[in-house]
Design a protein around this ligand. Structure first.
Ligand SMILES: *Cc1c(COP(=O)(O)O)cnc(C)c1O
Length: 218
């Protein structure tokens, strides 16, 4: 646990100013999150609804919870009271459901639209053109939620060339989104193994798990 403090401080000292660190705490116990919290970390990201709800109940109320997993609509109500940001909005239907639920319970969540550029078919998200189309049509209809930017992942590969190309494509999508929604400034990209490259492409939010908390036991 001591190591968590050391690793997160080390990481924070390496991040350029203006880059927010979302500590990806999925699969790690609340004690681990408390260690990170003690260093001043407030943004935590989870990928499973039940886990997020349980941890939100156990952690101080000033934690900013981000959801980064695939949202199952039957679990939406479970996470909505807790989330500050849902980073993994990957369909128009989900976007409108989140907005309706936020209006119902009186919250104002921030949303990132997930863009899919990686080679893996298993990863979800909009194509860049779909994402822009959905933003253009849906943003004016939102009553409680706001579209805050883009989240994306690079292909899981050793090819630096491919990773660079993926981050460039995600960053370009974010830039095009800002032409439609000037306030949608969040560009969430970069994980433990590739955040240096993501930041070089203009990322202003990195989502880092294993470098802080160690390997996950699934
Ligand atoms: C798990 C996860 C991360 C963190 O990955 P690490 O390699 O542990 O830093 C980041 N983003 C998403 C969407 C994830 O699911």
């Amino acid at each position: 646990m001591e190591e968590i403090r050391h690793r997160i401080n080390e990481l924070r000292s390496q991040l350029p100013e203006g880059v927010t660190l979302a500590a990806v705490s999925k699969f790690h116990p609340v004690e681990a999150l408390r260690e990170a919290y003690a260093t001043g970390q407030r943004v935590f990201a989870e990928s499973r609804a039940d886990e997020l709800a349980a941890k939100a109940a156990a952690m101080p109320s000033d934690v900013e919870w981000h959801f980064i997993g695939h949202v199952q609509t039957n679990k939406l109500r479970r996470i909505m009271p807790h989330v500050h940001t849902i980073q993994s909005v990957d369909s128009e239907r989900l976007l409108m459901l989140i907005d309706a639920e936020a209006e119902r319970i009186g919250t104002r969540p921030r949303l990132l639209l997930q863009v899919h550029v990686a080679a893996e078919q298993t990863k979800t998200g909009f194509t860049p053109d779909e994402l822009l189309d959905v933003a253009r049509r849906c943003a004016p209809q939102l009553r409680a939620a706001t579209i805050d930017g883009v989240m994306g992942m690079a292909t899981n590969t050793d090819s630096t060339e491919r990773i660079n190309a993926d981050f460039a494509a995600i960053a370009l999508t974010a830039k095009r989104l800002r032409d439609i929604l000037p306030d949608a400034r969040t560009l969430s990209m970069g994980m433990s193994d590739d955040w240096h490259i993501a930041v070089a492409h203009g990322s202003n939010m990195v989502r880092i798990g294993s470098t802080i908390f160690g390997p996950r036991e699934y």
